[in-house]
Design a protein around this ligand. Sequence first.
Ligand SMILES: C[S@@+](CC[C@H](N)C(=O)[O-])C[C@H]1O[C@@H](n2cnc3c(N)ncnc32)[C@H](O)[C@@H]1O
Length: 264
Amino acid sequence: MTRLAVLIYGVIAYALFFVTFLYAIGFVGNYVVPKSIDSGATAPFTISLVVNLALMSLFAIQHSVMARPGFKRWWTRIVPPSMERSTYVLLSSLVLALLFWLWRPMPGVVWQVEGVAAMALTALFFLGWGVVLINSYAIDHFELFGLRQVFDFFRGRSFEPPGFKENLLYKLVRHPLMLGFIIAFWATPVMSVGHLLFAVVTTAYILVALQFEERDLIGYLGGRYRDYQQRVPMLIPFVKFPFGGGSSGGARERSGASSDTAAE
Ligand SMILES: C[S@@+](CC[C@H](N)C(=O)[O-])C[C@H]1O[C@@H](n2cnc3c(N)ncnc32)[C@H](O)[C@@H]1O
């Protein structure tokens, strides 16, 4: 009974993630969804700025604090380990849904292009989301979003973290998912002030969050990850500068990395 309940919890968390992911595409690209980055009631500039910064900060804090190994050690004394990842995914989706709901549009066009340039930027936008989705399978999509953990628990099997991966785009950059997000957030034919704020803050957050993620990955993988840092650029294929990496890392070395053992 408990196993089934955990499985249902994980499936619901995954379903919510997937709906939120699809909504995010519509939100950022102003497609289909009832409330997008440039739609809804406007407010005075300062109010919109404060509300939007607060929403993005809430996501950043929830997403990064809950991903730290120290937090996970404490948290799994309260939440069963099999449900930890699903809970993380569930809360991330809820905070994102809050952001979509309460986001204040900020009118004013920063740039606008038409014709072939608009088509190219739209194609790049979808390419970015595609890069995110496809490369989530490269490091184990179902583990990343908690489904594998609840399935293993349901079957009475102990969960084995998938370990370090260097396939698909991970051969070219160390953080394809974040690269995909950055492309999707910046590639737009019409860049509003609100959209620009979103792109700037999320890109800055990604650059900071990756420092923590890499520090944790070095902590778990040690020399193996440092070697990866030396060989593979952080975000821009074939370009080591300015995000080349090669930072010094923690002392604890282990044989595998996963979203349960490392960090966002
Ligand atoms: C949301 S994913 C983002 C991964 C990566 N930062 C990216 O942008 O593609 C975060 C999880 O991926 C895991 N991860 C990062 N690089 C990895 C790799 N090369 N192999 C396996 N897992 C990795 C980390 O353990 C972390 O928990």
